[in-house]
Design a protein around this ligand. Structure first.
Ligand code: ZN
Length: 218
């Protein structure tokens, strides 16, 4: 049940968390439950490229040359989406995958005011354990986890029966590097959002994290 609101402003929430914290999954699920627009930057960029919009063409040129998509471009896409939320049925939004730097956070501030920042805090060893247990079906790309989301038969895809693969990205040394990069960029954001910040322990089991994160989004 969504509690009645005392004001009309739609809640604007950011989800932060290292790779393997489950932030995308949790954010998506909570957004559905509270009728919030789940704004994933990765998805937005892919959609724009697919639509072949003017912005999409620009995005494609960066992605294809292997360059980072500039902040101004991403901010423009977010602005469009956020403006839509205000005129939609959605009760607010959850932003996932942005901002990643304080500079981006300053840009976002120009567009909209953020009410809550949910940080899914995760121990490095937990992340390494979770991500190194990931397996992917080479045929249908379904993702499994040998700890939390087992296939029915030993390392075979439930749908295809194909032997699951371990991606290079999910190897321990690569995971540790990704966590380090994440921390360097993101930890200063926690200071930036000090007054809106809610830190959630994301080491525990998925359902427990879900309940805690959900209560903090209310
Ligand atoms: Zn499969």
């Amino acid at each position: 049940m969504v509690e009645p609101k005392t004001e009309n402003r739609k809640p604007k929430i950011i989800f932060l968390g290292p790779p393997g914290s489950g932030k995308g999954t949790q954010g998506n699920r909570i957004a559905k439950e509270f009728n919030l627009d789940f704004i994933s930057i990765g998805d937005i960029l892919r959609e724009e490229i697919k639509k072949e919009s003017e912005l999409g063409k620009k995005v494609r040129s960066y992605v294809e040359s292997g360059a980072l998509v500039p902040d101004e471009l991403i901010l423009e896409l977010i602005r469009n989406r956020v403006d839509n939320v205000d005129n939609s049925e959605y009760e607010g939004f959850i932003l996932d995958g942005f901002p990643r730097t304080v500079e981006q956070a300053n840009g976002l501030k120009e567009i909209t005011e953020i009410d809550k920042v949910i940080y899914l805090k995760c121990d490095t060893e937990t992340i390494v354990k979770r991500l190194s247990a990931r397996r992917i079906c080479p045929k249908c790309a379904r993702v499994y986890n040998l700890v939390t989301n087992l296939p029915q038969e030993d390392e075979l895809c439930n749908d295809c029966g194909v032997k699951l693969e371990h991606r290079v990205d999910d190897c321990e040394s690569v995971i540790r590097d990704r966590i380090k990069v994440y921390e360097t960029h993101t930890l200063p954001l926690l200071d930036f959002y000090q007054s809106q910040l809610r830190v959630i322990n994301a080491d525990s089991d998925i359902e427990e994290v879900y309940c805690t994160a959900k209560n903090n989004c209310k």
